[in-house]
Design a protein around this ligand. Structure first.
Ligand SMILES: O=C[C@H](O)COP(=O)(O)O
Length: 268
């Protein structure tokens, strides 16, 4: 397989605030993050940074990012598979696009488990994201029982196949996939760098077999699950891992900035 070198894929550090931070707290957090990264002279072209605030924060985040000309991206934590209509409580991809979102999370493990979202629904959500010009960050991964049974790779690739059903190749190549072992989320348990690499390589090989090496080489694969500044460099240092999806640690501007600056930890 003739893959593009990992170095051509710009690492993506994504902070998922989950259901934390009201719109006032969110602005304060983002401002602190921007200041911290500015002080450190962070080069956003080398390492991309994006945050996923709650829906109610997005307008404020957009105003701050555009008003202060920040290089931090932002996206929604979910979207509806529908575009508009009688879907109380749901958010259309069109609304997210209008707010300047670049990305949207699809199939986060908490949507799959707590809200029982099926692969069929998630495949429709992936298509809805592209319909509105949003890049889906498609989350896949196994629970503890699957991991203990040793079928985690097949399980996760099965989710990937089902969620990409019917998606054209030119859209697949724009995707970001986030591997989240559910047993390592918010638990302090971290899959080791080798576990992250094993699954990321399997995801890339699956994409290569279905869409070709060129597409597989373009897709960024992130790892998510109890990532902290202390373990980020080792995880992102793996050849098929192109960044991290950070939950708890993204709520602390200093800690998250240190994750963004993982390269500096490699050289000190
Ligand atoms: O979206 C982020 C992942 O669920 C990981 O969350 P965590 O870093 O709190 O374990």
């Amino acid at each position: 397989m003739t893959t593009t070198p990992a170095s051509t894929r710009v690492p993506l550090i994504a902070g998922n605030w989950k259901m934390n931070m009201d719109h006032v707290q969110g602005i304060t957090l983002l401002q602190k993050l921007a200041w911290t990264l500015d002080d450190a002279k962070h080069d956003y072209r080398r390492v991309e940074v994006t945050v996923f605030p709650p829906f109610t924060d997005l307008r404020g985040v957009q105003t701050l990012v555009h008003g202060d000309d920040l290089s931090i991206g932002f996206g929604g934590q979910d979207l509806s598979d529908q575009d508009a209509g009688a879907y109380t409580g749901d958010i259309s991809g069109q609304f997210l696009a209008k707010l300047g979102c670049t990305y949207v999370l699809v199939g986060h493990s908490e949507r799959r488990t707590i809200h029982g979202e099926s692969d069929e629904l998630l495949a429709a959500k992936v298509k809805a994201a592209f319909r509105h010009g949003l890049v889906p960050v498609l989350c896949v991964g196994e629970g503890l029982e699957v991991r203990q049974a040793g079928t985690h790779v097949e399980h996760t690739l099965g989710q990937l196949r089902a969620d990409l059903e019917g998606l054209p190749e030119d859209q697949v190549r724009q995707l970001v996939v986030a591997y989240e072992p559910v047993w390592a989320i918010g638990t302090g348990e971290v899959a080791g760098p080798e576990d992250a690499q094993e699954m990321s390589a399997a995801i890339r090989a699956e994409l290569a077999s279905r869409y070709g090496d060129d597409v597989a080489s373009a897709v960024r694969v992130l790892y998510g699950g109890s990532v902290k500044a202390a373990n980020a460099a080792a995880i992102i240092g793996q050849p098929d891992v192109d960044g991290v999806l950070v939950g708890g640690a993204s709520l602390d501007a200093g800690e998250f900035a240190n994750i963004v600056r993982f390269e500096s930890h490699l050289t000190t």
